[in-house]
Design a binder for this molecule. Structure first.
Ligand code: GLA
Ligand code: ZN
Length: 685
């Protein structure tokens, strides 16, 4: 087993989320504005009963707070703030700017978005404001400032929650103008812009900044994900992510004027393609996100999302801002979370680095599209429901757990690189296969480590590599300036790097790196890829590695080794006998190239081989269906056993420890049981 001495910050600085809490905050989105005040009192009673100690307030109240351009009215929010303070609740205070008021849309149509098809929207829905509307910017920032000034002395506020789930897109004239400005700042001259977009192709040369269109279905796109000019579409993604970030930052600045001591965040959505969260993270005081896995998603999907969120702030704990206690309303089939699953997934979040368990929502709406979304308090209105009982039981446990896990870290020696620009560029590129989806390739590698109980950090290109032993970069199509050098230095010092087909093809402008694939990674990998075959879904090839046969699909690179050693070869087609897996010694380390998409068994075996070779131990030996994670600080290691199966599982203690939720100690060799959908947390000192 691995040693677990690992640095955590000795003392939290005063403006971090951890410095504001003594235990795991438990509660979530609370919308009392939807009910008369006598219901509020009942809510307070029920919250106490369930151990709820933290509410997120004011997420969608802009229309109430500002009934017209000239008027503001905080009376009701004042009463809510007073009430929750009097009841000892902590508050995450939202700024309400995720929906503009209807009067604003009428008076200033510029706040409305124009969609991908080029249609100007009317008032409706939410997350509906154009981020480049000066009117929206002005009033959103003003509201954030007014809220911060008004409630600055409420010591029960533990964080600010700006807007809500920023997202979507806009192609209006204000956006188009702002895009041109953004481009001008980035490229300075049209000559440079024409170069990086390769506009000599199809005679797209621009002679004036004003000629540049917003790339949507009216201009460069022929499908949502397909564009004739990847350069312009890629830049629009970057620009639009920056545009929304800019709105967030305007509110952030206003809030900090009055409450510099309070941490500020916005709730993210895991791997949400439209926003470059790795860039956003620089402006968040802590990361937070809303976890709504699909019914059929295996638990490793939520795990990978949690790990992304933890990675955004270099391993610092994140906040689980929302999850449903029972059911969602927006899927085609909104299955109930089975008994125990809400608890299991709450601990899964904690195991991966969350310092909170928060729900959407406290009380179930009676009207509009979320009236069938799960809540702690159901339409029945009382505490005698399955969901309430489960919430209450978890509330008790979290009280007992106290501050133990707060601020503890996950220690990973394996990193998987994820890069938003790469994601955008790769999926905008027409060819070689429309089935190539970046996250699917990432998830395949992630799953292989996950199943082995080997913790993984999801890192960005700007994160340092020194702390890792193994760095995996699936489908690293875009290799940005300087990154190949960073990888080379990492491997030279003894690290191990793994990459795959469709890597090293382009630079940060989506311009192909000439001289042979995988471009700037050629040296490090010691290979040259000449061609790539895209297999239709019903076709496959195969290869044999260490005596075992594996199928492969999707893409098959045809490559030549330069310095690398070929470890396995294709078995079929005209490239039978060409290398499919290569290993290159580089300095004190190794670089592997996986030239095709293997079946999942291959990734398992490959991860086992490479972690063994690099001396990377799992947290615990494999127990099928049981996810085993660890968080630690200087004093303790907390090992989480999360049983995702329907059957109980017996585990033999490999290390002695105390089971925190049951208060029982186990010596080495003793057995303990993890119930179906159950959780055991072992504290090892
Ligand atoms: C999102 C939003 C919430 C709510 C939930 C429902 O996460 O932030 O306001 O709509 O979805 O699942
Ligand atoms: Zn716009």
């Amino acid at each position: 087993m691995e040693s677990f001495v690992f640095e955590t910050r000795e003392k939290e600085d005063e403006s971090t989320f951890s410095s504001k809490i003594e235990k795991i905050p438990f509660g979530g989105d609370y919308n009392p504005e939807q009910w008369p005040e006598d219901v509020w009192k009942e809510d307070m009673r029920l919250f106490k009963l369930a151990g709820i100690d933290c509410v997120t307030l004011n997420v969608f109240s802009w229309a109430a707070l500002q009934p017209s351009e000239e008027q503001y009215n905080f009376d009701r929010l004042d009463r809510i703030m007073e009430m929750v303070r009097a009841n000892g609740l902590k508050v995450i205070l939202a700024t309400s700017t995720a929906v503009h008021p209807a009067w604003m849309a009428r008076k200033y149509p510029e706040v409305l978005r124009t969609d991908f098809e080029g249609r100007k929207r009317k008032f409706g829905d939410r997350h509906n404001s154009c981020p480049n509307s000066p009117v929206f910017q002005k009033y959103a920032a003003r509201l954030a400032g007014k809220l911060a000034r008004r409630y600055q002395n409420y010591e029960n506020i533990i964080a600010w929650h700006v807007s809500n789930e920023y997202g979507g897109e806009c192609y209006c004239e204000n956006c188009e103008k702002a895009f041109r400005k953004w481009l001008q700042e980035k490229y300075k001259t049209l000559e440079e812009l024409n170069r990086v977009w390769n506009t000599f192709f199809w005679g797209h040369t621009f002679y004036d900044w004003e000629e540049i269109p917003a790339p949507n279905l009216l201009s460069e796109h022929f499908e949502r994900e397909r564009t004739t000019f990847q350069g312009i579409s890629l830049d629009y993604r970057r620009f639009f992510s920056d545009s929304l970030l800019n709105c967030y930052r305007m509110e952030y600045e206003k809030i900090k004027e009055y409450t510099p001591q309070l941490p500020v965040t916005t709730n993210m959505m895991g791997f949400y393609k439209l926003l470059d969260y790795q860039k956003w993270a620089n402006y968040l005081d802590f990361a937070s996100w809303d976890n709504y896995p699909a019914n059929e998603a295996p638990p490793s999907v939520a795990a990978m999302n949690h790990d992304l969120m933890r990675g955004l702030k270099q391993g610092a704990p994140f906040v689980l801002m929302e999850q449903t206690p029972s059911v969602t309303n927006w899927l085609s089939y909104n299955a109930l979370k089975r008994p125990g699953v809400m608890r299991l997934w709450s601990y899964q979040a904690i195991a991966h680095g969350s310092d909170s368990v928060l729900f959407f929502q406290m009380r179930r709406s009676i009207g509009a599209c979320e009236k069938f979304h799960g809540a702690v308090i159901d339409h029945a209105g009382h505490e005698y429901t399955r969901v309430f009982r489960e919430v209450k039981a978890l509330g008790k446990e979290l009280e007992k757990l106290g501050s133990r896990t707060l601020g503890t870290r996950v220690k990973a020696r394996v990193a998987i690189l994820v890069d938003w620009d790469n994601w955008w560029a790769l999926e905008y590129s027409a060819g070689p296969s429309c089935d190539l989806k970046y996250l699917e390739e990432v998830q395949r590698y992630y799953d292989a480590f996950y199943e082995k109980n080997i913790p993984v950090d999801i890192i960005s290109v700007s994160d340092p590599l020194e702390e890792y032993t193994l760095v995996v970069a699936p489908a690293l199509y875009m290799v940005k300036e300087g990154y190949a050098g960073k990888l080379e230095a990492f491997v030279k010092r003894g690290g191990c790097f793994v990459t795959t087909f469709f890597s090293g093809i382009v630079d940060e402008h989506d311009l192909v790196c000439e001289g042979g694939y995988p471009g700037k990674l050629r040296e490090l990998l010691g290979i040259w890829v000449e061609e790539t075959d895209a297999l239709p879904p019903d076709q496959k090839n195969s290869f044999r590695w260490r005596g075992k046969e594996y199928e492969c699909r999707l893409l098959c690179d045809i490559l030549y080794t330069r310095k690398a050693k070929a470890l396995a070869f294709y078995e079929k087609d005209f490239y039978a006998g060409a290398p499919v897996l290569t290993k290159n010694r580089y300095g004190d380390g190794y670089a592997y190239y996986v030239a095709t998409r293997g079946e999942q068994d291959f990734y398992r075996d490959f991860a086992a081989m490479v972690t063994k070779e690099m001396g990377i131990d799992p947290i615990w030996e494999e127990v099928p269906g049981v996810e085993i994670c660890a968080r630690q600080n200087r004093k303790h290691k907390y090992i989480f056993f999360l049983n995702h199966r329907e059957e109980p599982v017996k585990i033999t203690a490999l290390e002695g420890g105390k089971s925190l939720l049951e208060d029982v100690s186990y010596g080495v060799g003793e057995c303990f049981q993890v119930e179906p959908k159950g959780v055991v947390i072992l504290q090892i000192s």
